[in-house]
Design a protein around this ligand. Structure first.
Ligand SMILES: *[C@@H]1O[C@H](CO)[C@@H](O)[C@H](O)[C@H]1NC(C)=O
Ligand SMILES: *[C@@H]1O[C@H](CO)[C@@H](O)[C@H](O)[C@H]1NC(C)=O
Ligand SMILES: *[C@@H]1O[C@H](CO)[C@@H](O)[C@H](O)[C@H]1NC(C)=O
Ligand SMILES: *[C@@H]1O[C@H](CO)[C@@H](O)[C@H](O)[C@H]1NC(C)=O
Ligand SMILES: *[C@@H]1O[C@H](CO)[C@@H](O)[C@H](O)[C@H]1NC(C)=O
Ligand SMILES: *[C@@H]1O[C@H](CO)[C@@H](O)[C@H](O)[C@H]1NC(C)=O
Ligand SMILES: *[C@@H]1O[C@H](CO)[C@@H](O)[C@H](O)[C@H]1NC(C)=O
Length: 252
């Protein structure tokens, strides 16, 4: 009985290619926001259904001129570029952007950045801000007067590596305060005023999402996110949602 049912299903699947191909739903066709192409695992909030990508990857295009880059997950992260080939995004943190470097002494990127499936890339460099630490001031560090921000003498330095697991604690003393901001690789810090341009260029985040989108795509499907199952799905011709790829035949 079960054997027959499987056999019938198998035959139907084998016959399927002979039927007129149903067009795939176009609702998740790549969309644009300024110079960005938005496609899986990203989706354009308000213009595409949420199943077009993972929840955290909703892009809000509030300024198509791109003067104000789009938001990621309606958060403080603004997207400057998306590299689909190596699964990375360049974004800046709206909290950090501004001409006064002292604002960075109030925030801690490694603590505040908690978007699931996205991690700050090791390819970044880091801006380190320290006050009242015994750490030897690294070569090239610059003093920062943050009296107006309620804390006195800080220094800012640029480190040519970034540790995503968090800032390496500077040699601690009571009252040592520090924070860390990832930035794209650059040159040397020459003045405190470099801060504004450096944070505005953004930093790299890398994503890892469940499911093999390339394999689904190669089998003729479209990559989807199914909210009910909280999982990747492959949307196939005829409207079937498959767990991995289209054309999974029940071979006997
Ligand atoms: C991904 O590729 C882009 C363009 O080639 C490059 O700028 C970026 O640094 C790469 N991302 C990572 C994480 O290496
Ligand atoms: C994305 O935004 C929603 C709504 O603000 C929030 O509940 C959710 O935690 C955010 N997702 C992540 C991964 O931070
Ligand atoms: C720091 O700035 C404040 C005013 O904002 C000023 O009174 C003070 O003298 C400055 N300190 C140094 C060391 O420049
Ligand atoms: C550093 O320590 C001094 C003296 O204890 C204090 O006045 C100052 O506010 C501290 N700076 C910061 C940034 O906490
Ligand atoms: C620069 O980063 C590396 C790796 O995270 C760390 O070992 C080193 O102590 C950092 N240098 C400074 C001056 O913070
Ligand atoms: C930043 O985070 C580190 C470790 O998580 C913590 O020790 C440090 O006090 C934080 N700095 C600020 C300014 O919150
Ligand atoms: C799927 O493949 C098509 C054609 O090769 C390509 O244009 C599209 O970007 C791919 N989609 C994804 C999500 O990789």
């Amino acid at each position: 009985m079960l054997h027959n049912a499987v056999l019938v299903l198998g035959l139907l699947s084998l016959l399927a290619p002979a039927l007129p191909a149903q067009p795939l739903d176009a609702s998740c066709a790549p969309a644009t926001c300024g110079k960005l192409t938005i496609k899986y695992p990203f989706w354009l909030r308000g213009r595409q259904p949420s199943y077009c990508g993972y929840p955290t990857f909703g892009v809000t295009c509030d300024d198509p001129t791109f003067a104000t880059p789009p938001r990621l997950n309606d958060s403080y992260l603004r997207v400057l570029d998306i590299h689909y080939g190596n699964s990375s995004v360049v974004a800046f943190d709206a909290n950090m952007v501004g001409s006064d470097a002292c604002r960075a002494t109030r925030f801690n990127m490694s603590n505040s950045l908690a978007l699931s499936l996205l991690a700050v890339s090791r390819a970044n460099w880091e801006l380190l801000f320290c006050a009242n630490c015994t750490l030897t001031r690294p070569a090239g560090s610059l003093p920062l007067n943050c009296t107006r921000f309620g804390g006195g003498a800080w220094f800012m330095s640029l480190n040519r590596s970034y540790d995503p697991s968090g800032p390496a604690p500077p040699a601690e003393t009571v009252g040592c305060r520090y924070s860390v901001v990832p930035v794209l690789p650059w040159t040397e810090l020459s003045a405190v005023g470099d801060y504004a341009g450096l944070v505005r260029r953004g930093f790299l985040l890398e994503w890892t999402v469940p499911g093999d989108c390339a394999a689904c795509n190669a089998s003729g499907g479209q990559c989807r996110y199914e909210a009910g199952a909280k999982a990747f799905r492959c949307f196939c011709p005829g409207g079937r949602l498959q767990p991995a790829t289209c054309g999974e035949l029940p071979f006997l």
